[in-house]
Write a new protein. Structure first.
Ligand SMILES: Nc1ncnc2c1ncn2[C@@H]1O[C@H](COP(=O)(O)OP(=O)(O)O)[C@@H](O)[C@H]1O
Ligand SMILES: [Mg+2]
Length: 376
């Protein structure tokens, strides 16, 4: 039950999901034509939402597939991945169903310890491996179970770049071997660390090279987003003027999460919306987040902090080492600024967008960007 149509968490239904029609069609076509998909975009553009939307649409179209979503963001090793995959399968195939019973018997053969989380009641597994071979056998058995279903299975791994942090050797090669041989599973590999993901899937010599269809998710079209926003106000008999909608889309840079958040805040005011209301709502968001933003100052070096403020004040910077930029903000030498930019990018505080012509830097978090611009 959603009372505010501008959701800021997860996926609700197609009614609350703006556009992405072309991307949805593309992924569904991939699924239907036996192709795996790699989905890349900056954080909070809407990758997870899109996967869940694709699953929903596949269900509506009555495609004969099971869908499985596995978020591996929190996994630190191949063991964790195996465990997370098995837990997702337990949730997707409940014990009362026939497939659930089959899965449980396969699982029991792998001799895990099964417990239930005391708060959420979610199943939790622990595998006890005697050897590396046993470990790999367990993961392979999970894939093989999915592969053996007469229905096809779409398996989405979210935050897939995480596998590059695993301590085990040859994780990529191992996964590639498994995924390649599973004819009944269509994979979606999703990730926000562009460099890591792009290297994994587009560098010759890497196991996953050229094995999937690449989809880079951009921003939602401005006109479609404007239409979506106005529609949801008029659905409940309220209005928002064009000027307000344009300001929202501009100020949030159409970065989906931030646009949704501001719309949510504005909608919560419960009135017909004009520009002063939007601006006040934006200000409310910034003041609410300010104590959280202030902590960055403690976590960053002085050089990094000053560089971040300078980029926030510019909005976007393409010539990060130009004399004009360095002098305007008095932020030190080319070498120091370059190093600061690199580590800010590493920490995902800066977002580099490379268009064909130039590389542009912005503060990743749109609200932080406006707050820095205002406060310093
Ligand atoms: N097409 C969309 N229409 C409306 N809201 C969306 C859309 N895509 C994503 N969102 C919302 O934006 C936020 C960020 O999306 P998410 O899918 O989590 O991004 P990502 O996985 O790329 O980090 C979420 O709150 C989600 O509900
Ligand atoms: Mg996500």
């Amino acid at each position: 039950m959603v009372e505010n149509p501008f959701i800021v968490k997860g996926y609700e239904s197609a009614d609350f999901f703006c556009d992405r029609d072309a991307e949805t069609a593309e992924i569904i076509a991939n699924i239907q034509n036996g192709r795996d998909t790699t989905l890349i975009s900056p954080r909070k553009y809407g990758k997870t939402g899109l996967i869940l939307h694709v699953f929903e649409m596949a269900k509506k179209k009555r495609l004969k597939i099971d869908t499985l979503y596995v978020d591996i963001y929190a996994t630190l090793s191949l063991d964790d991945l195996t465990k997370t995959l098995a837990e997702s399968m337990l949730r997707a195939f409940p014990e009362r169903t026939s497939v659930g019973k089959m899965f449980l018997s396969v699982l029991k053969g792998l001799r895990p310890t099964l417990t239930y989380d005391s708060i959420s009641g979610a199943p939790q597994l622990q595998f006890n491996y005697g050897s590396v071979a046993e470990k790999e056998y367990t993961l392979k058995s999970l894939f093989e179970f999915l592969n053996s279903r007469d229905k096809g299975v779409v398996l989405a791994f979210d935050e897939f770049q995480q596998i590059s942090e695993y301590p085990e050797k040859n994780v990529e090669a191992l996964l590639r071997t498994y995924t390649q041989s599973m004819r009944n599973i269509r994979f979606i590999f999703c990730g926000s660390k562009k460099r890591l993901m792009a290297e994994m899937f587009t560098s010759a010599g890497r196991p996953f090279f050229s094995s999937t269809s690449l989809l880079t998710l951009g921003k939602i079209d401005g006109e479609k987003y404007a239409e979506f926003i106005k529609q949801h106000f008029s659905n409940v008999g309220r209005s928002i003027d064009d000027e307000s909608v344009a300001w929202i889309l501009h100020w949030t840079r159409r970065h989906t999460f931030y646009t949704q958040s501001l719309c949510n805040e504005v909608f919560a005011q419960g009135v017909n919306v004009t520009l002063p209301i939007v601006k006040a709502a934006a200000q409310d968001i910034l003041s609410r987040e300010s104590s959280y933003f202030l902590q960055y100052r403690e976590l960053l070096t002085r050089q990094q902090w000053l560089t971040l403020i300078a980029i926030a004040k510019e909005g976007k910077v393409s010539k990060i080492t130009s004399a004009a930029f360095l002098q305007k903000y008095g932020i030190g030498s080319i070498t120091n600024v370059r190093r600061a930019v690199e580590s800010l990018q590493e920490k995902e505080l800066l977002l580099a967008s490379d268009t064909k012509e130039k590389k542009e830097y912005r503060v990743y978090d749109v609200f932080l960007s406006h707050w820095l611009e205002q406060e310093f």
